[in-house]
Structure formats: structure tokens, C-alpha cells
Design a protein around this ligand. Structure first.
Ligand code: SF4
Length: 231
């Protein structure tokens, strides 16, 4: 297990909980707006933390932290993920896993074994627009749809979320996503933010008014749709 980052305290990453966030490296997507380009393109260039160090930190924070978020990159690509999550669970922490939804079998296994208590799944775009957003010509949309179905029809707590990029999304995305995610319990639109770590610089965000318009479209089929990261 290679760990490339630890945010020791966050109120933002695990809804309703004071949490720590652990960053794993590598990804099977190349989203041009990705904010973690070093972790995706060249994780071995990043300083590494040992599992022992991270678990020891979590042990010391028992009773203070209320959860652990495991993110990436794409954490489901790390081969020792189940064993690592089991060690976090043994310390009593609920775990939220951030994923792009491309490994539904593993997600089901982790949920079935009680190794995760919540999943946050990125919905990059409507299915037709996925290639532009995930940077692959032929993404495995069947896998992502399987993940979505599993969460909508299952018992694992979850949220869907989309980072909305002015140059890459249009109203049509949100009309189609509304149909696709119909029945989902929660969906968040996150305004794109520029940073030095962006994989392909030069993108911008929609205005608050435009994002609110997309939210209204989505509210026709999804009961809870909220905007995040709006100034
Ligand atoms: S945004 Fe997420 S899924 Fe896309 S390349 Fe970055 S880490 Fe991978």
C-alpha cells in the first residue's frame, strides 16, 4: 500500500464528520480538469508515508476524529486496499471511499464486508460526454452504470458529485444526468476551481446563476441537489 498524503483534519471530506483524509496514488482516468495531477501522472515523485505511520496517527486520534476518507487518485486501484481498510476499521473508524466508479465489483465487496460506510462517486458528465471529461476515448461506462445502480438500489450510504467545468459541460449534460441518476438521494455540483495542480490548465467555472439553473434541472428527478464550492 502506497500512501502519498494525509490531511490530518478536515470538515469537508466526510459529510457531518471531523475526518482525516488519506491520499493514494495512480488513476485509470485522465480528467483534464483533475486537481491532483501529480498523484495521477507520477505518484512515485510524491513523498510517501508508511502504513504504520498513518495507522499510528489514526490510533492517537481515536475519540477525536469521527471518520476516515480514502481518496486518490483512484483508490480502488491500490491492490492492498481491502487489507488497509480493515486496519482502519479495526481502529473503530467509519470509512468513506472516493471513487470514479470504474470498479463496481470491488466496491460491492468492500461494502459487503463492512470495510466502507460511505462512497462518494464522481459522475464526470452525461454518458455521451464522458470521453471529454475523463480523458479516455472509450471509458467503461457499463462499470460506472453498475456502480450507480448498486448505490441507488442498495443500502450503502453514498453521494454522487460532479465538478462542473464551463468549457466541458453544457445544459444537456445535466438534463441527461438527471434522467440517469433519477431516484438518487443526493447529488452535488462542485464549481471548478483553478489551481497549479490541474492536469490541463485553462478551464473556468460557470457563474452561480448558471450552476443554479443546472441545479433546478436536476431537482426535477433528484430530491437533494446542492452546490458546493461557490463563493
Ligand atoms: S479527477 Fe479523479 S478520476 Fe479524474 S484523473 Fe483525477 S483522480 Fe482520476
Amino acid at each position: 500500500m502506497k500512501i502519498y498524503g494525509l490531511n490530518k483534519t478536515t470538515l469537508l471530506d466526510y459529510p457531518g464528520r471531523v475526518a482525516a483524509t488519506i491520499f493514494l496514488g495512480g488513476c485509470n482516468f485522465r480528467c483534464p480538469f483533475c486537481q491532483n495531477s501529480s498523484l495521477v501522472l507520477n505518484p512515485s515523485s510524491q513523498p510517501e508515508l508508511s502504513v504504520t505511520e498513518v495507522l499510528s496517527f489514526l490510533k492517537k486520534r481515536q475519540g477525536i476524529l469521527e471518520g476516515v476518507c480514502v481518496t486518490g487518485g483512484e483508490p480502488t486501484l491500490s491492490p492492498d486496499l481491502p487489507e488497509f481498510l480493515a486496519e482502519i476499521r479495526a481502529l473503530g473508524y467509519p470509512v468513506k471511499l472516493d471513487t470514479n466508479g470504474t470498479r463496481p465489483d470491488l466496491l460491492k465487496e468492500l461494502a459487503g464486508e463492512g470495510l466502507i460506510q460511505m462512497a462518494a462517486v464522481d459522475i464526470k458528465a452525461c454518458p455521451d460526454n464522458y470521453p471529454s471529461l475523463c480523458g479516455l476515448l472509450h471509458p467503461d461506462l457499463d462499470a460506472i452504470k453498475e456502480t450507480v445502480d448498486f448505490l441507488i438500489n442498495g443500502t450503502l450510504d453514498y453521494e454522487f458529485r460532479t465538478t462542473v467545468v464551463k468549457e466541458l459541460h453544457s445544459e444537456q449534460d445535466f438534463v441527461a444526468i438527471g434522467k440517469w441518476l433519477s431516484g438518487a438521494k443526493a447529488y452535488y455540483l462542485q464549481a471548478y476551481r483553478d489551481s497549479e495542480e490541474v492536469l490541463q490548465p485553462g478551464f473556468s467555472s460557470f457563474s452561480y446563476k448558471e450552476l443554479e439553473h443546472f441545479r433546478q434541472i436536476l431537482m426535477q428527478t433528484i430530491p437533494l441537489v446542492e452546490l458546493r464550492g461557490i463563493d
